[in-house]
Design a protein around this ligand. Structure first.
Ligand code: SAM
Length: 259
């Protein structure tokens, strides 16, 4: 069941993450969830920061590969730097479409992020065709797209997460990239795993943790860029950047749609 993020009583994955990153957008329920998480899972904040560092590096790598349009699915609440800021350092004309299934995220995105060439829309990763067909998104499907769907797939608890990625992959032009991260069952101590799952089961988004093998399968049909599927902080680290924390709990990588 998906709970609403707007009742104020239910922690939301977007606000919990924003709070972990030191952002300002959270309610009491979110802070309480983080308090319990951190008491039992002390590395969770470093893990969130390492994940955010991956987002920023992955976006830059895709822009440097020549991609000019980006789809950030499960973008989370606005924060800076964000995807459009990073890719526009490489290409000031890059188009960025932010997508989230949480209505609060969409309202904040529209208020804070939208500007010429940057748009926020409501959408669900489980319905990739609707996102790609969105008139507001105005994506050119004949040209490569840089897709970020970072720290989102573990919120798809059903067995078919891989099919959603595959449908997305099949709709993208060759040379498109898909960047993703996922919490990994193999590297989290059992007690931390259980407390994390219990907390998120009461939030807007229950979590399903997958094994390394299951996460690797999400890249089926894609060419994995170097260094492959690795802990998020180890993916092309840039010393001295904003979020250098280590985080073995989540794996990340970028897959390219073959020509
Ligand atoms: C932990 S935040 C990640 C934010 C950002 N991608 C990052 O990694 O820095 C997860 C976001 O995914 C969104 N989300 C969860 N399930 C989703 C789905 N099926 N489709 C679109 N967004 C989803 C949540 O609302 C939340 O904003």
């Amino acid at each position: 069941m998906t709970r609403s993020s707007i009742d104020g009583q239910t922690a939301s994955s977007a606000r919990v993450y924003n709070y972990l990153l030191g952002g300002p957008e959270h309610f009491h329920a979110d802070r309480e969830a983080v308090r319990i998480l951190m008491s039992r899972f002390p590395t969770v904040q470093a893990s969130a920061k390492a994940n955010r560092g991956f987002v920023l590096r992955a976006a830059r790598v895709m822009a440097e590969a020549g991609i000019t349009q980006f789809l950030d699915i499960g973008c989370g609440l606005p924060m800076s730097p964000n995807t459009h800021e990073v890719v526009r350092e490489v290409n000031p004309d890059a188009r960025v479409v932010y997508v989230d299934s949480d209505p609060i995220v969409v309202v904040y995105g529209r208020a804070w992020l939208d500007r010429p060439g940057v748009v926020t829309i409501a959408g669900d990763l489980r319905e990739p065709e609707a996102i790609l067909a969105s008139q507001e998104a105005a994506l050119d499907l004949t040209r490569p797209i840089g897709v970020l769907t970072v720290a989102v797939l573990h919120f798809i608890v059903e067995n078919d997460a891989g099919q959603h990625v595959a449908r997305l992959r099949d709709a993208l032009a060759p040379g498109s990239h898909i960047a993703l991260t996922h919490v990994c069952a193999d590297t989290i101590p059992r007690e931390e795993l259980e407390v994390g799952q219990a907390i998120y089961s009461r939030s807007t988004h229950p979590v399903r943790v997958r094994t390394r093998q299951e996460i690797r399968a999400l890249f089926d049909g894609l060419e994995l860029l170097e260094p492959g599927l690795v802990p998020v902080a180890d993916w092309r680290p840039v010393p001295g950047t904003l979020f250098p924390e280590s985080a073995p709990e989540a794996l990340g990588g970028i897959g390219r749609v073959p020509h």
